[in-house]
Design a protein around this ligand. Structure first.
Ligand code: ATP
Length: 249
């Protein structure tokens, strides 16, 4: 039996006013593999992802990370075991690349030497040359480079889980393709349990082993990546056709 890295067990989420954002979601994410979450805007992808690091608490059901219920977990320790990458990067503008990338280690009280060594390693992992970039500020970087720093920061504590919410959403197609290549190699190397929210079907198929489609807060398809393009599931077909339609004269 493969090890389960993250589990959603009958998870629902209802807002105070009664609006249901997630309905009875059960998924087991195999440790060391990448799962992509797809679905139209507002389908609940980000809400589901944020349950993993306790930014959102399920109304019913449980989320388990490495077999531990997140509800009872020490949130700080839990978040240290989970890397989190978002489209806006969340880098501190007044801090250098080195400090940004090492922030989680600094918060964990690691020594300066230890932080410098680790930051050098994770920067190299994401394709940033340490001496060239370490003293720069976020505004002195391109969007792709900023995203690399965000990824380096997420990897610095060597988390077992990596949450990525539209990490490449703000990048031009060429930079995005470069980043996808880098990410694919990196994910193969590091063996994390990854949950990736994306709107880009090709990106999902390139990076993920499994693709889960959400619609109105429910799972409507759960497929191996290689099954997606041939799927007869109407939700999946709609998505594939929307992406791959040809321009009619
Ligand atoms: N705390 C909240 N209070 C009110 N509405 C919320 C809250 N959190 C999320 N929503 C709403 O719930 C729905 C699902 O949001 P969510 O961000 O999970 O969707 P998504 O699939 O990630 O969308 P996108 O692809 O646009 O990022 C949206 O309609 C959003 O406005």
């Amino acid at each position: 039996m493969p090890t389960v890295g993250v589990e959603f067990a009958k998870v629902s989420y209802t807002l105070a006013g009664g609006r249901v954002l997630l309905r009875d979601i059960s998924l087991q994410l195999e440790a060391g593999t990448t799962t992509a979450l797809l679905g139209r805007s507002g389908s609940g992808k980000t809400t589901l992802l944020r349950m993993v690091n306790n930014l959102v608490t399920p109304s019913t059901g449980e989320v388990l990370v490495a077999g531990q219920q997140t509800r009872d977990a020490d949130t700080i320790a839990l978040r240290r075991s989970i890397g989190y990458v978002i489209q806006e990067t969340g880098l501190f503008p007044h801090m250098t690349v080195e400090r940004n990338a090492g922030m989680t280690l600094e918060l964990a009280g690691r020594s300066k030497d230890e932080i410098a060594t680790r930051v050098r390693d994770v920067m190299s992992l994401v394709g940033l040359e340490y001496e060239e970039f370490r003293r720069r500020y976020p505004w002195q970087l391109s969007g792709g480079q900023r995203q690399r720093v965000g990824l380096a920061r997420a990897l610095a504590t060597d988390p077992t889980v990596l949450l990525m919410d539209e990490p490449l959403g703000a990048l031009d197609p060429l930079t995005r393709a470069e980043m996808q290549t880098m990410l694919r190699d990196l994910l193969k190397k590091v063996g994390k349990t990854v949950l990736l929210v994306t709107h880009d079907l090709d990106e999902a198929l390139y990076l993920a082993r499994r693709v889960v489609f959400l619609s109105e807060g429910a799972v409507v398809a759960d497929l191996a990546a290689e099954e997606v393009l041939q799927s007869e599931n109407p939700h999946v077909k709609d998505y594939v056709q929307a992406v791959h339609r040809t321009v009619q004269a």
